[in-house]
Design a binder for this molecule. Structure first.
Ligand SMILES: [Zn+2]
Length: 274
């Protein structure tokens, strides 16, 4: 399902360029015997969007299971509070779509994007000035601040519209187009920009959690990615290391791996089992 959505972002490039070619950008001779010739200015308005770099996914370092049958039993970490926390993370990693299960695992980071539409690229695709927060300390997605991005919206919109949308980062795309915003009007350009697909995520509600539990108990293989705090290996959680000094106290060296906190945020995949 997600693949189909991605194709929507790219695929219409073909039809758009075909149209432009058949519509004209022709030199038009007017009059007979070639006495008068009016030549229309050639403007290539075709839009070509292609994948430049896929959305990166975090390298998971921890793998855990959450066993529903152990929920709230003494001596186990499976608590209602932990289940709710994991489920909340799970809901924003699922895209509601027309697939049989009702939703699909997001293939890219889901984030909120504030935007102002700059140019209509056809088929609900827009070039926009946008802002979004960084993900995973810039590893997955660097923050955007008044940054040009490509958006695929759910509904038609118009240049100048501003708003905020929930979207999935689909990676960096290469956009070949003719700009029609100042000061680049008429310039044929290639831009490489982050692309976002407007989407709806699962609802975080008690009813949705109940349905989720039933799916896991029925054998669905579901997992969630979270960032967990783990002790820094380099400094053993102290935030610094010691270097022996002759005849003096050990020298303390601040740990750069964890920025002196003694803790690291580690990408962790939790699988749910009955
Ligand atoms: Zn450290």
């Amino acid at each position: 399902m997600i693949k189909r959505l991605l194709l929507v972002l790219m695929a219409s490039a073909l039809s758009t360029s075909a149209q432009t070619t058949s519509f004209g950008v022709k030199a038009t001779p007017v009059g007979q015997k070639g006495v008068t010739k009016v030549i229309e200015e050639e403007v290539d308005n075709s839009v070509v969007i292609s994948t430049f770099r896929e959305a990166p996914s975090p390298a998971t370092k921890l793998s855990r299971t959450f066993q529903l049958s152990k929920l709230n039993k003494v001596g186990f970490t499976e608590t209602t509070k932990e289940l709710q926390r994991l489920f909340a993370a799970y809901t924003v990693q699922r895209i509601v779509d027309g697939s049989p299960a009702g939703s699909s695992k997001a293939t890219g980071h889901v984030t909120t994007v504030n935007y102002a539409l700059l140019q209509d690229l056809g088929d609900n695709r827009f070039l926009a000035k946008a802002a979004w927060p960084a993900a995973d300390s810039n590893e997955i997605l660097a923050a955007g601040v008044d940054t040009m991005a490509i958006l695929l919206l759910d509904k038609p919109a118009k240049v100048g519209d501003t708003g905020k949308l929930t979207s999935m980062h689909v990676g960096t795309v290469s956009l070949l187009f003719t700009a029609n915003y100042p000061p680049l009007v008429g310039k044929r350009l290639t831009l490489r920009r982050e692309a976002f697909l407007e989407c709806a995520t699962l609802e975080d509600s008690p009813a949705a959690l109940q349905k989720f539990i039933e799916s896991v108990n029925a054998g669905a293989e579901l997992s969630v990615l979270t960032y967990e705090q783990a002790a820094c290996k380099k400094c053993a959680g102290f935030g610094f290391t010691r270097e022996p000094q002759k005849g003096q106290l050990d020298k303390r060296i601040d740990c750069v791996d964890c920025a002196k906190t003694g803790k690291l945020s580690v990408a962790s995949e939790t699988k749910f089992v009955p």
